[in-house]
Design a protein around this ligand. Structure first.
Ligand code: G3H
Ligand code: 13P
Ligand code: ZN
Length: 308
């Protein structure tokens, strides 16, 4: 099966109330681990590449690795650019074989974000590539944050509708309290589900995206710390909240940090258990297995098992 766009996958996810996992990839073991996990669960899959990943591994290598994955499994796989910051990187990925790109204009004023997204859409759509955009700024919700402060960073439901109409994007990343990395909340994790409801009321049937959606689960944190890690507490988005969002119009859930934790914890364990281990296959191999197992767990949280 060739690489696919997210269009049909999101339509099915929306109607059957589940979400797809979008996992960040940086090297061969990460790609293989994710694909093995998705294949074991028969789940459709989004593999996403950040600008940093592209710089680290190079576009050509990542593309070929993903093409190899596509050839060796019969899953629908989307190859997506994560957080494209300008038109040029989106164009380069559209021209270079990606089937989906994100233009992240969230740091720009509203009208500029619309204009930049429109420019990417006008380039990508005639070439059969789908476009994700972002409105609002990712940030954790603190108990002492006022409603007006929230309104200044979180996605405004009225603006979301206008943004989608004017930009022509295919999916929209929304800010409802998630954030990137391992420390998302200073106190109790909290997402603004009322806002998410309002956004989906204004945009019926339109695919929404959740960034910063790693759960940083206690068992993974404990695992990392057991072998010398120094992560302080668990401050991710609880898995129940991810499952709840996945049943709504959130069709794509981005996960990177949890994969990083699984890799790092496993490699630390390998060295702690055998300090004479210096064969990369003997620590990257176990890390790849840990990624596979983590992805299987995520797929169940998202409800996309058996949907390929
Ligand atoms: O949202 C960002 C992703 O976690 C990718 O991170 O830019 O360090 O590759 P990166
Ligand atoms: P996490 O840092 O929560 O894994 O989020 C990843 C992400 O949103 C990539 O775009
Ligand atoms: Zn992100």
């Amino acid at each position: 099966m060739p690489l696919v766009t997210s269009k049909e996958l999101f339509k099915k996810a929306m109607s059957e109330h589940y979400a797809l996992g979008a996992f960040n990839v940086n090297n061969m073991e990460i790609i293989q681990g994710i694909v093995e996990g998705a294949a074991a669960e028969r789940a459709p899959l989004i593999l996403q590449v950040s600008a940093g990943a592209r710089k680290y591994a190079r576009h050509e290598y990542l593309l070929k690795l993903v093409e190899a994955a596509v050839e060796t499994c019969d899953l629908p796989i989307v190859l997506h650019l994560d957080h494209g910051e300008d038109f040029e990187i989106c164009k380069s990925c559209v021209d270079g074989g990606f089937t989906s790109v994100m233009i992240d204009g969230s740091k720009h004023p509203f009208e500029e974000n619309i204009a930049l997204t429109r420019k990417v859409v006008d380039y990508a759509h005639p070439r059969g590539v789908t476009v994700e955009a972002e409105l609002g700024k990712l940030a954790g919700v603190e108990d002492n944050v006022s409603v007006s402060e929230k309104d200044s960073v979180f996605t405004n439901p009225d603006q979301a509708r206008e943004f989608v109409e004017k930009s022509g994007c295919d999916s929209l990343a929304v800010a409802i309290g998630t954030s990137h990395g391992a420390y998302k909340f200073k106190s109790e994790p909290k997402l603004d589900f009322d806002r998410l409801e309002e956004i989906q009321e204004r945009l019926p049937g339109f695919p929404l995206v959740l960034h910063g959606a790693s759960s940083v689960p206690h068992d993974l944190v404990e695992f990392c710390n057991r072998y010398g890690g120094k992560l302080v507490g668990s401050r991710g988005v609880p898995e129940e909240m991810i499952s709840r969002a996945a049943k709504m119009n959130v069709c794509k859930v981005n996960i990177d940090t949890d994969i990083r934790l699984a890799i790092t914890g496993t490699i630390r364990k390998c060295f702690a258990e055998d300090p004479s281990n210096f064969d990369p296959r003997h620590y990257l191999g176990p890390a790849r297995d840990a990624i596979r197992d983590l992805v299987r767990r995520k797929i169940h949280v998202l409800g996309c098992n058996g949907k390929a």
